[in-house]
Design a protein around this ligand. Structure first.
Ligand SMILES: *[C@@H]1O[C@H](CO)[C@@H](O)[C@H](O)[C@H]1NC(C)=O
Ligand SMILES: *[C@@H]1O[C@H](CO)[C@@H](O)[C@H](O)[C@H]1NC(C)=O
Ligand SMILES: *[C@@H]1O[C@H](CO)[C@@H](O)[C@H](O)[C@H]1NC(C)=O
Ligand SMILES: *[C@@H]1O[C@H](CO)[C@@H](O)[C@H](O)[C@H]1NC(C)=O
Ligand SMILES: *[C@@H]1O[C@H](CO)[C@@H](O)[C@H](O)[C@H]1NC(C)=O
Ligand SMILES: *[C@@H]1O[C@H](CO)[C@@H](O)[C@H](O)[C@H]1NC(C)=O
Ligand SMILES: *[C@@H]1O[C@H](CO)[C@@H](O)[C@H](O)[C@H]1NC(C)=O
Length: 806
């Protein structure tokens, strides 16, 4: 009789040294130990497991995770955590189900870091049920406690989200502790996203400038319940609903409060063992509040999600921490005659309006802000509403949540000392689109969770090593969403949907493949290109980057992104090498070399030329527009348009400027090295903001070159490459073509076509197509960038004619 009693006492005292078997659950008076790897509970269907997970150096949390994609030391899809903010030691820590019915998590020092505070007179059992719910039941099967009631950052299908639930994002990619973003039911019964930072907090979803009903929400039902069903239908009592893009299929899903402040639904693509985003609350990462701290401006950067920057006249408050934002370099005077304004185009700072003034002029608005001593600047916008239309002036007392929303047609006027205006005015452009800091939009339609976790964590490691943890990243998959919602793929976008075997090569492998870099086939931006034969027999072009002085993690992240751009008119990247100091890129080999060589030495017939014009436009349109935002090439020229065996054009070297130059803070220096003489848009020369229209300009020049066979570079250097016309007109290819057209108009002659067309064509060309190309080219090369068409419009212009002919 005495023996069992003593055992029980010891048991209670030591927090039950007995370990449970993994599948039955934990019975009262037993425990799971952090030290034994087998102490894991698995749900009957095998989808979920629960146990201790390492979350840091000698730091463990008790968690529930998905078993697929396989949970390993590097990545694991964790859906719940008992003690996210207080990890326990790797030795001696246990989760114990006490005889009293209380489930406690004890750190090695016997400190209780977490408990369910449940009491039961009858024996209890802890089980991980199907659906990922960890449930504590008494002997009669009543639920005493369940993990579903206290979600961390993830909501599982059929898990009710209630008044008391909050999904709170993790701190960062490697740190699971509670972060700043929350999903919760607000007091007006509406499901909201909130930024709750150390300095301020604000709701940013649904859009705070909309009334609840305008955002489609109802405030009347106070039962406050939301649930995601097993087919992918999410519905909430505030009338907010969405269907996942794969609605109807029974696949594992999870709704996650991501650490960039967005909420996303992930579905498991079981064949590929990948999590795919099947819905997200908003596409613009800068819409989430708080990411950049006071005064700063959030800019969307495709690879890393977003980037913070300071407006002119402001500097980072703490160079290692963006959450503290920017501080002014100047002291503002309260004397209204001593202040001036810098116009920040398309920038919006949200909230903290002193007041709203309708129907005032810009000058009035300046005066209002100047008179207010603590006005830091104002938003000035024209709003076309039903009633009343007009300009609105919003002076701000705080500059928070600054960003550049897409299609935001209003400007922000930043108050600075009058004397500094001319000085700062020059740097206003620094917050604009720069070719160096945004280039590639990840076009990954499938979001590979595991992959991203690895590379991002890797990046974070190196970033934190230099003390600058500013990468709040998650790869965004807008394209994926757009694609899946809009099923009909436009005829313009002919994708390679097949994923190529993008991979990493070793240096010795590539050395062997290129026969010790013996056959040079080209030189271009950043490196020399060699011909190679890979071990699998494929012929490749290998670019050896010189000067790619960036860390391996960063290089990998970028190369991965570039490697995912797939379009029949973009060159395919097969892989890369980042061995020690070596940085190489492996591309498909283009049999017919570059357009430049072909125009120079071979006779491309008209049909081929037109096909090249159209294909190149398609490739660029894809880079610029298919994916919402800006992927600029910045160096379009015939040398960068390669031709495959069927003379189909493929644009090469996109993203390269980014690989070579990101992190180079000296944008002005960067600007100067971008582009090639003869193809450069005037914006580069005049130091104007760089937009996708720089590529349109360069493309226009390439079109003229296709038609005339004349290189603009040659014409620029040698003014009299042609015998006729006056010298001033010969200075550029554009002027030369226009000159011929003008004389034709005067004489009502038709000879100008024969004069400008490439003599190598020997008069064999389609006149309609030629006129179409010239017209498109001349629209592309207009000095005013806003007057130039987009690449998408160019494709349409060219296609319209093609179809007209058929
Ligand atoms: C996670 O972040 C918290 C708060 O910043 C910090 O105290 C903790 O040490 C971090 N944990 C890890 C594992 O880095
Ligand atoms: C909920 O949404 C539906 C469809 O969007 C609408 O017809 C209905 O009136 C809404 N209900 C409330 C209470 O707003
Ligand atoms: C609130 O929503 C719940 C669940 O959808 C529903 O059963 C209830 O009737 C609603 N109440 C009101 C007042 O609309
Ligand atoms: C999604 O669920 C809601 C609430 O249960 C329901 O009203 C709605 O019809 C469902 N939508 C679809 C497409 O099944
Ligand atoms: C404001 O500045 C102007 C010129 O700098 C000066 O003439 C004026 O007296 C100042 N006003 C006040 C109230 O200080
Ligand atoms: C703004 O001015 C227009 C014309 O002057 C007037 O019709 C409109 O009512 C005004 N709006 C407001 C809000 O004062
Ligand atoms: C700032 O520069 C822009 C053009 O770059 C010019 O239009 C504007 O007048 C300048 N503003 C001031 C106050 O100098």
């Amino acid at each position: 009789m005495a023996k069992p009693l003593i055992l029980i006492i010891i048991c209670l005292f030591l927090c039950c040294p007995l370990s449970s078997s993994s599948s039955d659950g934990v019975w009262a008076s037993s425990s799971l130990s952090v030290e034994s790897a087998g102490d894991v509970l698995t749900s009957p269907d095998g989808i979920f497991s629960a146990g201790f997970r390492p979350v840091g150096l000698n730091a463990y949390s008790f968690a529930i995770w998905f078993n697929k994609p396989s949970c390993n030391a590097i990545s694991c899809t964790i859906v719940w955590m008992a003690n996210r903010d207080q990890p326990v030691n790797g030795k001696g820590s246990r989760l114990c189900l006490q005889k009293s019915g209380n489930l406690v998590l004890k750190d090695a020092g016997h400190i209780i870091v977490w408990e369910t505070k449940t009491i039961s007179v009858s024996p209890t059992q802890l089980k991980l049920e199907n659906g990922g719910n960890l449930v504590l039941r008494d002997s009669r099967g009543r639920k005493l406690w369940q993990s579903y009631d206290s979600p961390t950052d993830t909501l599982l299908p059929l898990q009710p989200f209630t008044e008391n639930s909050r999904l709170i994002s993790s701190k960062s990619q490697g740190n699971y502790s509670s972060g700043y973003y929350q999903l919760y039911f607000d007091t007006d019964n509406v499901l909201c996203l909130l930024y709750k930072g150390p300095e301020f907090s604000s709701v940013y979803w649904p859009s705070p400038w909309l009334l609840r009903w305008e955002a489609g929400r109802s405030t009347f039902n106070n039962s406050k319940i939301a649930v995601l069903d097993s087919l992918g239908n999410f519905s909430s009592t505030d009338n907010f609903t969405f269907l996942s893009s794969d609605y109807g299929s029974r696949v594992p899903r999870m709704l996650k409060m991501d650490l960039d402040g967005n909420i996303r639904l992930y579905s498991l693509n079981e064949n590929e063992e990948k999590w795919v985003v099947s819905w997200q609350a908003f596409p613009q990462p800068c819409m989430a509040h708080g990411c950049c701290g006071p005064n700063s401006i959030c800019i969307y950067v495709p690879n890393s999600g977003r980037k913070c920057s300071c407006p002119p006249g402001y500097i980072m408050a703490d160079p290692t921490d963006w959450s503290l934002g920017c501080q002014p370099e100047f002291k503002l005077s309260c004397n209204e005659t001593e202040v001036g304004y810098l116009k920040l185009r398309h920038v919006e700072y949200y909230g903290y309006d002193y007041n709203m003034y309708p129907n005032v002029t810009l000058e009035d608005c300046k005066r209002i802000c100047s008179e207010l001593c603590d006005c830091k600047g104002f938003q000035f916008r024209f709003i076309k509403a039903h009633e009343p239309d007009g300009t609105y002036c919003y002076p701000k007392t705080q500059l928070l949540n600054g960003h550049r929303p897409p299609n935001f047609n209003a400007d922000f006027y930043l108050k600075v000392p009058k004397a500094t205006v001319p000085f700062y005015n020059n740097s206003v452009q620094d917050i604009k689109l720069q070719c160096s800091n945004k280039l590639v939009q990840p076009l990954e339609r499938h979001y590979s969770k595991r992959h991203v976790n690895e590379s991002v964590r890797f990046a974070l490691w190196s970033a934190s090593a230099v003390g600058a943890v500013e990468i709040l990243t998650i790869v965004l998959v807008w394209c994926f969403l757009i694609r899946t919602r809009d099923d009909k793929i436009s005829p313009m976008a002919r994708y390679h949907l097949v994923t190529t075997g993008f991979r990493k090569f070793s240096y010795s492998e590539l050395k062997k493949a290129t026969n010790s870099f013996s056959e040079e086939i080209g030189r271009g931006a950043g490196g020399i290109v060699y011909k190679a034969t890979l071990s699998d027999g494929r012929v490749a072009a290998i670019k050896r980057l010189v000067d790619a002085n960036k860390g391996e993690a960063e290089f990998l992240a970028e190369v991965n992104t570039i490697g995912k751009l797939n379009h029949m008119n973009l060159i395919d990247m097969w892989g890369y090498c980042a061995d020690g100091k070596h940085r190489l890129l492996v591309y498909e080999y283009m049999e017919h070399g570059s357009l430049a060589e072909n125009l120079c030495f071979k006779a491309l017939d008209w049909k081929t030329r037109f096909g090249i014009a159209l294909g190149t436009a398609r490739g660029l349109a894809y880079l610029h527009e298919e994916c919402l935002e800006w992927v600029l090439h910045c160096d379009i020229k015939p040398q960068n348009i390669l031709l495959d065996s069927k003379y189909q054009p493929k644009v090469s070297d996109f993203g390269l400027s980014w690989l070579l130059n990101r992190g180079d803070i000296n944008y002005s220096k960067f600007s100067r090295i971008r582009g090639t003489r003869g193809y450069m848009a005037p914006e580069w020369v005049f130091n104007l903001p760089i937009t996708s229209k720089v590529d349109v300009y360069s493309y226009g020049i390439v079109l003229l070159e296709l038609v005339t066979g004349r290189s603009p570079a040659a014409m620029g250097i040698n003014g009299s490459s042609d015998g006729s016309g006056s010298k001033t007109e010969q200075r550029t290819l554009v002027a030369w073509v226009k000159g011929h057209m003008a004389t034709a108009e005067e004489n009502i002659g038709e000879t100008w076509k024969q004069e400008i067309i490439d003599p190598k064509l020997k008069g064999e060309y389609d006149e309609g197509e030629m006129l179409n190309l010239v017209a498109a080219a001349l629209r592309c090369v207009q000095e005013d960038r806003d007057a130039r068409p987009t690449m998408g419009e160019v494709v349409e212009m060219l296609l319209r004619h093609e179809c007209h002919c058929c």
